[in-house]
Design a protein around this ligand. Structure first.
Ligand SMILES: [Mn+2]
Length: 342
């Protein structure tokens, strides 16, 4: 039989030390508030819930809270029915706050705005390269494809028996943050972790169906409208889509997760950077997202507006009208792509 060429799990010495440090921290506290970035996606919410189940196994109390609660797309996750939905739900009496998948304290939005940061001990667990290290304890490692894999490392090191709840939550973080094992952040470790999770009861078909096969006819009609509005530069290297309030009003359907739309733009042959511009309910505030080819650092594009993320998937908030945003952001991105060496 051929010798296996699959390398063992790689955890950097720095992350190994942080796993020990975070577990030691957990042992010293009893009651935790567990949060994630605004509109918690599969990675943020899956990380929060997996961590919540880990704390339970360790005999600790915890309360999971997120700016908008558990979004409908992720209510299939075990424990999602217990997620608090905002500042009004912040229970007193916890001795530490954990944040997952959030590059900055502000990205907890209404949660962080409602909390007295200076009076709290915050542990920041994240895989965004642009993380601002806002915690009292910071475990930031961009080599993880999903933040949930960091929780998985904690579970394995804590000496508890993983169960299907934890495995389902962690598997969901990986599936969503790797684009179903398709993005460039998908590594040998990603697949090894997925294989371990299957051994703990994960049923990939059930999770895929819950995540990706629940669309309504109205959602598809909205997608069709969005696809019709894709715009490209003359050379086809930059593509973008504008989701204006006018579009939302016209179609009568508020879009949920916008990841799918920007991925469609990026799927066009020759497009090196895809942009999504979304008008928010707050006047003069436009959400901008970028998806880029290797060699084009989206964090640079986003950081000009106080945003960040991953090199190939970043986001920021633009102050101005949707028309201004479209002009300024597209021009800047075109110039940036022209200056990129590869
Ligand atoms: Mn993530």
């Amino acid at each position: 039989m051929a010798k296996s060429t699959v390398p063992p799990h790689r955890l950097s010495p720095a992350s190994k030390a942080m796993v020990r440090k975070v577990l030691a921290f957990i042992r010293k506290h009893d009651n935790f508030l567990v949060s994630g970035h605004v509109r918690s996606d599969g990675d943020a919410l899956g990380s929060q819930l997996a961590f919540h189940f880990l704390l339970k196994k360790l005999g600790k109390k915890s309360h999971v809270v997120c700016d908008h609660g558990a979004l409908p797309d992720y209510r299939f996750l075990p424990g999602s029915d217990t997620v608090g939905a905002g500042p009004e739900d912040l229970k007193k009496g916890y001795s530490a706050v954990f944040t997952f998948d959030s590059g900055s304290w502000e990205r907890l939005e209404r949660i962080s705005a409602a909390l007295p940061r200076k009076e709290l001990t915050v542990v920041n667990v994240d895989h965004h390269a642009s993380n601002e290290r806002f915690g009292d304890v910071n475990w930031v490692d961009p080599t993880f494809s999903a933040c949930g894999e960091m929780v998985w490392e904690l579970v394995k090191a804590a000496g508890v028996k993983p169960d299907k709840n934890i495995a389902t939550c962690v598997y969901t973080t990986i599936v969503t943050d790797t684009g179903r094992f398709s993005f460039s952040n998908t590594t040998t470790e990603t697949h090894l972790n997925a294989a371990e999770l299957l051994q703990h009861g994960v049923r990939p078909g059930e999770i895929h169906a819950a995540l990706f096969r629940q669309k309504t006819k109205e959602q598809l009609a909205f997608l069709a409208e969005v696809l019709r509005r894709i715009r490209l530069t003359d050379d086809g290297k930059v593509g973008w889509i504008v989701i204006s309030k006018e579009l939302v009003e016209k179609t009568g359907f508020p879009p949920g997760d916008t990841q799918e739309y920007i991925d469609q733009v990026k799927s066009i042959k020759g497009v090196r950077v895809a942009i999504l511009l979304k008008e928010t309910d707050e006047p003069g505030k436009v959400k901008v997202s970028w998806r880029t080819d290797a060699g084009i650092d989206g964090i640079v594009l986003a950081s000009k507006y106080g945003g960040g993320g991953h090199p190939r998937a970043s986001g920021a908030t633009f102050r101005g009208t949707i028309e201004e945003a479209e002009k300024v952001i597209v021009d800047e991105t075109v110039a940036f792509v022209a200056g990129a060496s590869t």
